[in-house]
Design a protein around this ligand. Structure first.
Ligand code: IPD
Length: 273
């Protein structure tokens, strides 16, 4: 199937902005909150509504394209990455932030064709940060080119780490082990509460590296392209090539920094999507 990537980019940008208006109108209002896999794995009517709007509008424009969506998967649809053009969608990344009115929330969307990511968009409508990447064309924030920090030395790095959305004992213990390892070494650690925005920070040079286990393709597919187009590296946290369905992500400003981080990470291997 031939894919008009310029048209895809134009269409999805308008839809993402429309979804952003919905997020913006509601972030500081009371929400109906439900839980998914854990009492801290949250979903609101806005997550579901924005995802439905994005998928139905993209489907109407691009019949034959496939979808992997966070909320559709939670509702039981399969999470399958094939060679077909596939939109990978997190309508509200940072749902916990959205629920609390902490303004680091975004829509994260990637388009893969033949399993290669061609488009990545991360849009925080509250802070008006629109991160975009097209394969081979660089990464941008609000239309201006961005670049990773080029930090090579872990002791000077600002490292983004997340606690995730589960109290599952193995994952919690592993988070604590990694915090114990890295906090004494690095300049500092940060958690934005959104995997996609953590990666956007690495892409724009605000943070130097980020890793997390247990996230999903919708959390990191767009960020992967954004970081690589900004000059950084994305790998499996054990050093292998990144796998969008393995639920494991490491990104860093430089390969040298990634190589210093990898042997220090306490690894876990969540079940694949
Ligand atoms: C979550 C956020 C969070 C990360 C979790 C994700 P959601 O996504 O990205 O930062 O730690 O692992 O599940 O649930 O807000 O879309």
């Amino acid at each position: 199937m031939s894919v008009d990537l310029d048209k895809c980019f134009e269409v999805v940008m308008e839809l993402v902005r429309n979804g952003g208006k919905i997020i913006n109108e509601r972030i500081f209002s009371k929400k109906t909150v439900n839980t998914k896999s854990d009492r801290i794995d949250l979903v609101t009517e806005t997550d579901q509504e924005v995802e439905k709007m994005l998928i139905s509008s993209l489907q109407a424009q691009f019949p034959g394209h496939k979808f992997i969506g966070e909320e559709s998967t939670a509702e039981g649809l399969p999470c399958e990455l094939t060679d077909a053009p596939t939109w990978i969608i997190d309508p509200v990344d940072g749902t916990m932030n959205f629920v609390h009115g902490f303004p680091h929330v975004c829509t994260s969307i990637a388009l893969t064709v033949n399993k290669i990511t061609e488009i990545g968009i991360i849009y925080n409508p509250v802070l008006e940060q629109l991160f975009t990447a097209r394969r081979g064309q660089g990464a941008k924030l609000n239309g201006q080119p961005i670049h990773v920090s080029e930090e090579k030395d872990l002791k000077n790095a600002l490292l983004a780490l997340e606690c995730g959305t589960t109290h599952e004992p193995e994952k919690m213990k592993n988070n604590f082990v990694n915090q114990q390892t890295f906090i004494p070494i690095v300049h500092g650690t940060r958690s934005l509460g959104s995997a996609a925005l953590d990666m956007a920070m690495v892409a724009m040079g605000g943070a130097d590296a980020y890793f997390e286990f247990g996230i999903h393709a919708w959390d990191y597919a767009a960020g992967d392209l954004l970081v690589r187009e900004a000059g950084g590296v994305c790998l499996d946290p054990a050093g292998a090539p990144l796998d969008l369905l393995a639920r494991r992500m490491l990104c860093a400003a430089t390969m040298e920094l990634a190589q210093e981080i990898i042997p220090k990470i306490s690894q876990i291997y969540p079940p694949r999507d």
